[in-house]
Design a binder for this molecule. Structure first.
Ligand code: PEP
Length: 252
């Protein structure tokens, strides 16, 4: 429903060094004006910048999140991994789980994504759970079936609007400059909403549904105006403050 508070979120992926902190500063400044009364903003920088990013954005309206976490919530012998507890310890509030790049490059299953979401809940973080069909699945007409299976398999039973955000990201739209037509996004988001309501009842009505995949300043207004699109998850166009803020201001 339209009374869901929108969220404009950026996923920096494996981009960003200390010199990029200027962009975080500029974004934090840009999202702390009057529009922040009706709209939230989040940036998920690489883990190396997480703590300094939250430190820089204290007393601003920009929230900071991580891009992934291990399925074990706190500590363990998992070289190179980051736990939800570590993310919380950096004062971050959100964590992306199940991004298609993780699913593809690391073979992350729906079940592993579910466990990661649970680890996030365990530490009081909001999980941004990503789902989306590949180009091949779309060509085979299996989009809805794939999304239904991903939703069922990746969402814990105790998902709520407070601890969970869903990002619908067609894999073929990520980083390609291609997006589904507005009517296709509308249809998919309506189906995801119906799926959530069927499983979670009233609670499913308020879980935020983001669209992700080649959102840019030129197409933001159309994509963000689609029913049941409660915001965006932005990759490439979130790296530069001017682009991110231009998308954010599409809500004006
Ligand atoms: C993403 O990977 O989450 C994404 C949406 O990327 P892009 O905006 O670059 O397509």
């Amino acid at each position: 429903t339209s009374d869901i508070r929108p969220l404009v979120a950026g996923n920096w992926k494996m981009n960003g060094t200390r010199s990029s902190l200027d962009q975080i500063r500029a974004i934090a400044h840009g999202v702390s004006g009057p529009l922040s009364r009706k709209l939230d903003a989040l940036i998920c920088p690489p883990a190396t910048l997480l703590y300094v990013a939250t430190t820089l954005t204290v007393d601003t309206r920009l929230m900071i999140g991580a891009q992934d976490c291990h399925q074990k919530a706190r500590t363990g012998a998992h070289t190179g991994d980051i736990s939800a507890e570590m993310i919380r310890d950096c004062f971050a509030t959100h964590v992306i789980v199940g991004h298609s790049e993780r699913r593809q490059e690391y073979g992350e299953s729906n079940h592993r994504v579910l466990l990661k979401a649970r680890a996030a809940y365990d530490q009081g973080l909001t999980a941004i759970i990503c789902i989306g069909e590949t180009r091949e699945e779309r060509a085979e007409g299996r989009t809805m079936e794939v999304l239904h299976r991903q939703l069922r398999g990746s969402l814990p039973d105790d998902a709520t609007a407070a601890n969970t955000i869903i990002a619908y990201e067609p894999v073929w739209a990520i980083g390609t400059g291609q997006t589904p037509r507005a009517d296709e996004v509308a249809k998919v988001h309506a189906r995801i909403r119906a799926d959530l309501v069927a499983r979670f009842g009233e609670g499913g009505e308020t879980i935020r549904l983001l669209y992700g995949g080649s959102v840019n300043p030129g197409n933001a207004k159309e994509l963000l105006g689609i029913p049941h699109v409660n915001g965006a998850l932005i990759g490439g166009a979130s790296l530069k403050a001017a682009d991110f803020l231009s998308i954010y201001h599409a809500y004006e």
